[in-house]
Design a protein around this ligand. Structure first.
Ligand code: ZN
Length: 530
């Protein structure tokens, strides 16, 4: 870690002028990102776009410890241009520790998944304005496979954007939906600080319908050795008398009959043992490779067929405690539908009753955060989340940033946008298989019938249109023969209109954070003046 003296743009303006002059000599059309300019010791560091690509620009007397692509001097000092490579991102994180992710513990946070690697400045601006704490790198293994990005690329894109914005307040990096040791290895090596273990392949979704001897034999067949207990002890621990959870106004009673206990154990027992095994693997890997470092751990069972009842949540939490697995957040599957990219569908009163109980359980079983997956665009439930768990919340968003980015082609490149919508129609039936959505394709007009000024509203303000484009992101971004032109044209367009892209994201995320309400932790910085 660098102990060097460091300062931001305010007292560096004189040298920044010289840096800009040198940049212009390399490329007349170069852009210096002013919010990135920082002085450390005798050198000035900034992010700049030069010859169409982002570079770290360093103005100093001697070559910095970065890989250097080019240099130019004005007789007094030299400007070194360093490409945005993985190695240089690593160097940057070590020189400016605030550019590296950090564990957030139980601090309420918003996960800002970004499938393009271009959205982070918009996320940062929303968090600066509201005081929310962001998890800026957040991709599931599935998302990275679909978008052909590695865990390292995701984290490096965020690193450069954090530096670009001069965002020193700290952020998290969530390796989401990890299912295997290999998933953990890749994300640990890349430098993630939060690990979301997803044992949903081990959840027995049919448990609710088991009865009698069938239920009992499945209960007996659980991996009891790995769980470090016996069927009899497990029954003893939970049945017999109601268990009171929490205290005061928000306390509740959880009650198990032998049948309901066996069902909860069958549903989640193997998932608990898998979670414990991966959690121990992760702890061991940290001891070996990143000794002394802390990290956040989540268990997510949001991708199951049936909602997690509060009683079942209590069972999972109590078992995690018994097994010594300490989580910073836990994601139950909530009642109602959390479909991708659109508002909550379901009974809000039923949701609030269940959510209140989940929040009480989380508070009493260790004070971990409740994690809300597919959390974007659920405006009708946000006030409920804020009221009952605002101080202990982890709201994850992912595809919504991709949808916001599509406003730019809808406004500025209608032909590209129409081609993408056409392709999404072709791909939808295949791509929807891994999602639970109620999209009605027949209700979406064909792009040829929609006039330019109506494209944005027709596809991006309408539930069916949003889901059409949300579900097919992997196909649209796959970069194969058909779609590589989408990718290239979309990226070029977003770079051309980058401030407008960040602005649509800022507005969208401020709306999310402010509707939840109680999720701001930092001092509010107010809107950026630049
Ligand atoms: Zn999830």
């Amino acid at each position: 870690m660098s102990q060097a003296s460091e300062s931001s743009v305010a007292d560096t303006s004189v040298d920044a002028g010289r840096l800009e002059a040198l940049l212009t000599r390399v490329d007349e059309a170069s852009t210096l990102y002013e919010s990135s300019v920082r002085r450390q010791d005798d050198a000035l560091f900034a992010l700049a776009r030069v010859s169409g690509a982002k570079h770290l620009a360093v103005l100093g007397a001697s070559p910095p410890a970065f890989d250097i692509a080019a240099s130019i001097d004005d007789g007094r000092r030299t400007l070194f241009l360093c490409p945005c490579t993985a190695e240089n991102a690593r160097q940057l994180r070590s020189r400016f520790p605030w550019a590296a992710p950090t564990p957030l513990g139980r601090t309420t946070a918003i996960g800002c998944g970004d499938r393009l690697g271009l959205a982070t400045p918009g996320h940062i601006r929303a968090c600066r304005e509201t005081g929310a704490v962001p998890v800026l790198a957040q991709q599931s293994i599935r998302e990275m496979e679909r978008t052909s990005r590695s865990p390292q690329e995701v984290l490096d894109d965020v690193t450069w954007a954090v530096f670009r914005e001069g965002y020193t307040a700290g952020y998290g990096a969530d390796a989401d939906h990890l299912k295997s040791e290999a998933d953990i290895d890749a994300c640990l090596a890349a430098g993630y600080t939060m690990y979301t273990i997803d044992p949903s392949d081990h959840v027995q979704n049919d448990a609710d319908h088991l009865e009698g001897e069938k239920l009992t034999s499945r209960f007996r067949a659980l991996p009891w050795d790995a769980l470090g207990t016996t069927p009899a002890d497990c029954l003893d621990r939970y049945t017999g008398a109601p268990i009171s959870v929490g205290d005061g106004e928000r306390s509740l009673e959880v009650e198990f009959s032998p049948t309901s206990l066996k069902r909860a154990a069958v549903k989640y027992g193997a998932a608990l043992s898998h979670t414990r095994a991966l959690a121990e693997y992760l702890a061991e890997a940290y001891r070996a490779h990143r000794p002394g470092e802390d990290y956040d751990l989540e268990m997510s069972v949001d991708e199951t067929d049936t909602p997690t009842r509060p009683r079942e949540h209590y069972f999972v939490a109590a078992e995690l405690n018994r097994l010594g697995v300490e989580v910073t957040s836990l994601a139950p599957r909530f009642v109602g539908d959390f479909e991708k990219g659109i508002d909550y569908r379901g009974d809000l009163d039923a949701f609030e009753d269940a959510f209140r109980a989940h929040a009480t359980i989380a508070r009493s079983q260790g004070g971990y955060k409740l994690s809300i997956h597919s959390g974007s665009d659920k405006f009708s439930v946000y006030p409920i989340l804020g009221t009952h768990a605002g101080a202990h919340l982890h709201l994850k968003t992912a595809g919504t940033s991709f949808l916001e980015a599509l406003r730019i082609p809808a406004r500025h490149a209608p032909d590209l946008f129409r081609e993408m919508v056409e392709y999404a129609f072709d791909r939808f039936e295949d791509d929807r298989k891994t999602y639970h959505v109620t999209t009605n394709l027949d209700a979406i007009p064909a792009p040829a019938d929609v006039p330019d000024p109506a494209l944005e509203a027709t596809y991006l303000e309408d539930n069916n249109g949003r889901q059409l484009l949300h579900i097919t992101y992997g196909s649209l971004l796959a970069g194969d023969e058909t779609t590589s032109s989408f990718r290239e044209r979309l990226f070029a367009l977003l770079n051309e209109h980058e401030e407008e892209h960040y602005e649509v994201l800022r507005l969208h995320f401020v709306a999310h954070i402010e509707t939840v309400g109680e999720m701001t932790v930092h001092e509010r910085a107010g809107p950026a003046s630049s």
